[in-house]
Design a protein around this ligand. Structure first.
Ligand code: NAD
Length: 353
């Protein structure tokens, strides 16, 4: 008897926002950030194996909507993500996302997940993974400029992965600084709210810029940046949307995810197209040097790359099993006779009379 409904066969596990929050607390925020950093680093080490393409971006005056696909030959993944800097004024998130993993062998999805929280976690884990290799030895103080949705995640990842002890917060909106200070109270970090970016940078060996503004902004000007620091530049991630003065870039050793994407979207869109940069995966694979001197300024020009989302989804897939934190979604039509899609539809017609 052909079945009316395919539900015993092709259900797709789905992790909702509510269940993602439960999963993060089940694992623990800091252990999860450490785990994500390790998964991302492991995938960066096998970088050459992946299908890579700059993300497909649809720009508007208000923001951008992007698709970020990749595959390691066995598993395919993609993320849908937006970036709308003015959204917060309407009570909406600047960045929201969801993503999917699929079996390359038959194309069937194996996981669908919320990725707004997961993007904040993976972006922070990627920052910390890069800082673990590039920040000066013994770095324990970070200036966090921009105290929006990403900021606590960035701070906690640096603590969990790099041993950060103190974070100096600055946002042009004092309410955002106060929110981040509140959220980080009890985290074990010493949190210092600061009235200016300059004050926030005093004594910091790591400087994270994580602001949102759709313009060529100057969060860090050349004279603000001393030698020997590591800059983790998160907010410059779209054409026409940057945070650092070109003079800072000229003095820094620049590390990127995927140059083809970063040259369009990152801080380095302000430089000549052949300005030398180092790919982060090569540092991890040992084929390119990371920091080579105490006086060097290292810059991780982060824009976010598909492999990081793939790693994050892989982590969730591996850890969510047995927790009861998935819902099974009926999102694939899968008739018993694969060629009888129409028959399955016809049998689902309401009975006459
Ligand atoms: P958000 O809107 O929640 O927070 C941004 C904060 O920056 C706000 O609190 C705002 O008041 C502050 N700000 C703006 N201009 C400033 C200035 N001149 N000085 C100090 N503070 C300033 O945004 P979010 O979700 O935290 O994201 C921050 C940025 O990171 C965005 O630009 C986003 O596109 C980017 N992002 C990058 C990645 C990546 O992988 N690189 C991932 C996620 C988000």
């Amino acid at each position: 008897m052909p079945k009316l409904h395919p539900s015993d066969k092709a259900l797709v596990p789905f992790v909702s926002v509510e269940n993602m929050m439960k999963l993060v607390h089940h694992i623990g925020i800091e252990p999860m950030l450490q785990g994500l950093a390790d998964y991302i680093e492991a995938d960066f080490r096998r970088w050459e194996l992946f299908d890579k393409t700059p993300r497909v971006a649809s720009h508007s005056d208000e923001g951008v909507i992007e698709l970020m696909p990749t595959s390691d030959g066995e598993v395919y993944g993609f993320k849908y993500v937006n970036g709308h800097p003015r959204n917060t004024r309407a009570g909406l998130q600047t960045v929201t996302a969801f993503g999917l993993l699929a079996n390359v062998g038959n194309g069937y999805p194996v996981l669908l997940s919320e990725m707004t929280l997961l993007t904040a976690l993976r972006t922070a884990a990627t920052s910390a993974m890069a800082a673990r290799h590039l920040a000066p030895r013994g770095a324990d103080t970070m200036a966090m400029i921009g105290a929006g949705a990403q900021s606590e995640f960035q701070s906690l990842a640096m603590k969990a992965v790099c041993g950060l002890k103190s974070v100096r917060l600055h946002d042009i909106d004092p309410a955002a600084t106060a929110k981040a200070e509140r959220n980080l109270a009890g985290s074990g970090l010493t949190v210092v709210p600061c009235e200016s970016a300059e004050t926030a940078m005093e004594g910091a060996q790591i400087i994270t810029t994580c602001t949102a503004d759709k313009q060529y902004a100057t969060i860090l000007s050349d004279n603000m940046v001393g030698s020997g620091v590591h800059i983790n530049a998160i907010g410059g991630d779209c054409p026409g949307k940057t945070e650092l003065a070109p003079g800072v870039l000229q003095r820094a050793e620049i590390f990127v995810e995927y140059p083809e994407q970063t040259r369009v979207e990152g801080e380095i869109q302000q430089l000549a197209p052949d300005h030398p940069v180092t790919q982060m995966w090569q540092v991890l694979a040992g084929t390119a040097p990371g920091r080579t001197g105490a006086g060097q300024i290292t810059l991780f020009d982060s824009v976010g790359f598909a492999i990081e989302d793939f790693s994050a989804l892989r982590f969730v897939r591996d850890r969510v099993g047995g927790t009861g934190l998935v819902q099974e979604l009926d999102m694939l039509a899968d008739p018993d006779d694969p060629r009888d899609l129409f028959g399955m539809l016809a049998r689902a017609a309401p009975a006459a009379g």
